[in-house]
Design a binder for this molecule. Structure first.
Ligand code: DO4
Ligand code: MG
Length: 283
């Protein structure tokens, strides 16, 4: 099932997306449906199907969940680790270490406050000269850490700030518009092999293609269960938490995001997530 949210009732409500149309679920957000499905001990798809309107309407997909917390994993693809070590002038440094060790990199990416949905602006910090999109498969988790669905995420990051010093990571990762989610959440029953998905990304400036790249989730060096297990060690995350699984697409510095750039991330089984970049904050 393809679930998400639409703008309605003065906020967001859940909807089932089918054939280009949406069947609204009045009075419920996706987070509320996840909690309800847990209380009733039935799947999210069943809970949603029971409450959804039978009338399909044209609606734009909004942010598919208002997440209480967003976490992200890093260096889960070899490409991400080797690029970051190279930025520090080493062939194998701290990023290769994390790539190879049992404990993955897991960092806090923020709350709903810094998240945007399809069509909303992603941020370029005013104090960054090299901000890049990080196209990632994202897991939507239930209260026990179970995967209730999959969506797309853009872990937009100020790579120059990260490169300057590892202790600057939170500033490179968490700021207004740093995380785009959407367009929909695909439940597990409709995504039989999440380790075999092709993620693509393009950056377009004034109608001209600046960058195109892709990677398969088959190149992911970790199992989702391992990432979730480390996330939740001594840290029980609430239902609706979103976990980004890392990037395998690296944008070169000459394609660094500029205000007005259009970033599109896609996985055919999930859809396309498009956002325009804009400067946030002031120096
Ligand atoms: O520490 C670096 C962050 C890595 C990351 O976000 C990724 O690999 O996706
Ligand atoms: Mg990332």
């Amino acid at each position: 099932m393809r679930l998400g949210q639409i703008k309605a009732e003065g906020g967001y409500i859940a909807a089932i997306f089918e054939g280009g149309l949406a069947r609204p679920v009045p009075s419920y957000t996706i987070a509320e449906l996840i909690r309800r499905s847990e209380v009733q001990n039935v799947s999210l798809a069943q809970t949603t199907a029971r409450l959804a309107s039978h009338h399909a309407e044209p609606h734009a997909a909004a942010i598919p969940i208002v997440p209480p917390e967003v976490w992200a994993c890093g260096c889960t693809y070899e490409r991400s680790a080797s690029f970051r070590d190279a930025e520090h002038g080493t062939r194998e440094g701290m990023y290769a270490y994390v790539y190879n060790e049992a404990r993955p990199e897991v960092f806090f990416k923020g709350t709903a406050r810094v998240c945007v949905g399809p069509g909303q602006a992603i941020g370029i910090r005013a104090d960054s000269r090299f901000t890049a999109p990080e196209p990632e498969l994202a897991l939507v988790l239930g209260s026990k850490g179970n995967i209730v669905g999959y969506t797309l995420a853009n872990d937009v990051s100020a790579w120059d700030i990260e490169r300057e010093n590892a202790l600057y990571l939170p500033q490179s990762k968490v700021y207004t518009g740093c995380c785009a989610l959407g367009p929909v959440i695909v439940t597990g029953d409709d995504l039989p092999d999440p380790y075999n998905l092709e993620i693509s990304c393009t950056i377009t400036r004034e109608g001209q293609r600046r960058f195109a790249g892709s990677v398969s989730t088959a190149k992911l060096h970790r199992k989702f269960e391992t990432l979730i297990e480390y996330l939740r060690r001594a840290n029980p995350t609430p239902a609706g938490t979103v976990l980004l699984t890392g990037t395998g697409i690296i944008v070169p510095e000459d394609a660094a995001l500029a205000p007005g750039d259009i970033v599109t991330i896609s996985i055919p089984e999930i859809g396309e997530l498009t956002n325009q970049a804009q400067t946030v904050g002031a120096v």
